[in-house]
Design a protein. Structure first.
Length: 207
């Protein structure tokens, strides 16, 4: 019987390891599709249009907003980011689970539109570890790292709006916890509406 797909939203501080977590989940879960976002930021080295993001101009992005082609969008450090509506709706209608890796403003828009979306916030075990991870990446200047830490402080106000908090102390454990959260969603009545309706119908014969 057809089951509704879960819409899973992952956010987290820059340096929380959410990118790696999402990659693992996508590789290890059969029925899961990753949504590719649209952005106006320039591709980083190694990024491919249509794989990491759909890289578009500001005009193209604004046209997508006007045409109501995005289910959410936000401005993040001077660039637009948004989730294309068509793909997400198609996948959910096919019973696939869909994962979005997006920042907080977008996540909150998703929760307003899809009240059974599962919002997961990923964080390292402590602020100190967060800073150490950013330093050891070696890709950012101290100024950028300090800005990211300031931003993390501002973002921490919104953690309570999420359904789940995943503390990323060990990636394998974190991946398992994430799989359990997705599995739990599949046991919600809202995910099995067809089953519940049919069961109720069948019970009529025994009234
Ligand atoms: P980056 O430029 O490092 O790839 O991403 C910057 C931030 O934008 C990250 O927090 C990422 O999760 C977020 N982001 C990526 N795609 C989207 C999207 O479609 N919508 C929103 N709201 N945020 C996104």
């Amino acid at each position: 019987m057809k089951r509704k797909g879960a819409l899973i939203v992952i956010s987290g501080f820059s340096g929380a390891g959410k990118g790696t977590l999402v990659k693992r989940i996508v590789n290890e879960c059969d029925n899961l599709s990753l949504s590719i976002s649209m952005t106006t930021r320039s591709p980083r080295e190694g990024e491919v249009n249509g794989r990491e993001y759909f890289f578009v101009t500001k005009e193209e992005f604004e046209a997508a907003i006007k045409e109501d082609a995005l289910i959410e969008h936000a401005n993040y450090v001077g660039n637009y980011y948004g989730t294309p509506k068509k793909y997400v709706e198609e996948q959910l209608n096919e019973g696939k689970d869909v994962i979005l890796e997006i920042e907080i403003q977008g996540a909150l828009q998703i929760k307003e539109k899809f009240n059974d979306a599962v919002l997961v916030f990923v964080t390292p075990p402590s602020a100190e570890i967060l800073r150490n991870r950013l330093v050891s990446r070696g890709t950012e200047t101290i100024e950028v790292i300090n800005n990211r830490m300031k931003r993390a402080y501002e973002e921490s106000d919104f953690i309570e709006k999420y359904d789940y908090l995943l503390i990323n102390d060990d990636l394998d454990i974190c991946v398992d916890r994430m799989k359990n959260l997705i599995d739990a969603f599949h046991h919600a009545p809202s995910c099995n509406e067809e089953f519940t309706k049919q069961f109720k119908e069948d019970l009529k014969a025994f009234k």
